[in-house]
Ligand binder design. Structure first.
Ligand SMILES: CC(C)(COP(=O)(O)OP(=O)(O)OC[C@H]1O[C@@H](n2cnc3c(N)ncnc32)[C@H](O)[C@@H]1OP(=O)(O)O)[C@@H](O)C(=O)NCCC(=O)NCCS
Length: 311
């Protein structure tokens, strides 16, 4: 019996040694994580906010097992630094939903990229075989300690940055040609739309969101000012390999949320009847079809549709 306790003691020490080694290895002991002004806990809170469409403080506290007082101090700090927006829930008016502001999304995108780079350079020191055995060992730790599988899809939404407009034009050109047979005139139209967006960009009332998964752009949507009271949703696109994960729905919901915050009264969008998946998303978000019109564009006979949502 005494012998077994000694064995256990030794294992306890081994686990604690590993914890000391690994916390130093990933830099969580330094005051600011990844040379940012954020503590590890603050960075975890930002991570959760970035991966939710809107969450409550209670939900966040439960997920991260954080003390309510500590969490609310962190959230107040984020709010003061204009990283966090609060909004009354449309479903349950008693609840306040939390989400990152544009600035918050930018901060998160930077932290996320720095974290990916850091882990990337840690792995780069190892051979491919060693990397695999490290990842296998980590899976074993997770399994033995009962880690729950992550349910959410690991993608982020972030504001546009240099290079994104070119990507939007390029992928629209390629994908609409492959999927619908549209010619380069469509690509030219997209180039005009993004050029106009950048040249007349009003950051208070307009936005572009880029969805990023595993460090790669996989989706886009734009919300532009049509008039003082009307906003227009444009250029919704999700890469085929990232479809059916809810990214398209999230991009549209993000536009609607922002349009409400920016106090537009109506949202409109123009689409074509062949874009079935997109129609389904617009319907679910509450848009109604208000006008249909046949047209010949991009080398094809099409039926254009205008959809509207009262905000
Ligand atoms: C439309 C698009 C952005 C959807 O992206 P996504 O990330 O796959 O969307 P989601 O995962 O949120 O799925 C949305 C819904 O569409 C449904 N859907 C997917 N493909 C569909 C299809 N071919 N027909 C009907 N519904 C479809 C999904 O089942 C889902 O509905 P559900 O959740 O009620 O089951 C993507 O398909 C795309 O880029 N299409 C080409 C470009 C386009 O049509 N853009 C719209 C311009 S107006």
């Amino acid at each position: 019996m005494a012998m077994r306790e000694t064995d256990l003691d030794q294992r306890v020490e081994a686990v604690r040694r590993f914890n000391r080694f690994y916390t130093r290895q990933i830099g969580v002991l330094q005051e600011g994580l990844l040379r940012s002004p954020f503590s590890l806990t603050e960075a975890r809170v930002i991570y959760e906010l970035a991966h939710h469409e809107g969450t409550t403080a209670t939900e966040l506290g439960e997920e991260l097992e954080l003390d309510a007082g500590y969490l609310s101090r962190i959230l107040r700090g984020f709010h003061r630094r204009e990283l966090l927006a609060k909004q009354r829930s449309q479903i349950d008016g008693r609840q306040t939903l939390l989400c990152l502001t544009q600035q918050g999304q930018e901060v998160f995108a930077k932290l996320n990229a720095a974290s990916r780079d850091e882990v990337g350079s840690m792995l780069a020191e190892l051979t491919e075989e060693e990397q695999q055995s490290l990842v296998d060992a980590m899976h074993t730790i997770e399994r033995l300690l009962g880690a729950q599988p992550e349910h959410r899809v690991p993608y982020i939404l972030r504001p546009h940055q240099p290079g994104d407009m070119g990507w939007v034009v390029h992928r629209h050109g390629v994908l609409y040609a492959q999927e619908y047979g549209w010619d380069e005139r469509f690509e030219a139209l997209v180039a005009e739309i993004v050029a106009e967006f950048i040249q007349n960009y009003d950051p208070r009332r307009e936005r572009c969101w880029i969805a990023e998964k595993d460090g790669e752009n996989v989706g886009s949507v734009f919300l532009v000012k049509k008039s003082k009271t009307v906003a227009k949703l444009r250029l919704l696109l999700v890469e085929p390999k990232a479809r059916h994960l809810g990214i398209g729905t999230r991009l549209v919901n993000e536009c609607v949320r922002f349009a409400r915050l920016a106090r537009y009264r109506r949202m409109v969008l123009w689409t074509n009847d062949v874009l079935h998946a997109a129609r389904r998303i617009y319907e679910k978000a509450g848009f109604a079809l208000v006008h249909q019109e046949p047209h010949h564009s991009f080398g094809d006979d099409l039926v254009g549709e205008t959809w509207e949502l009262k905000l």
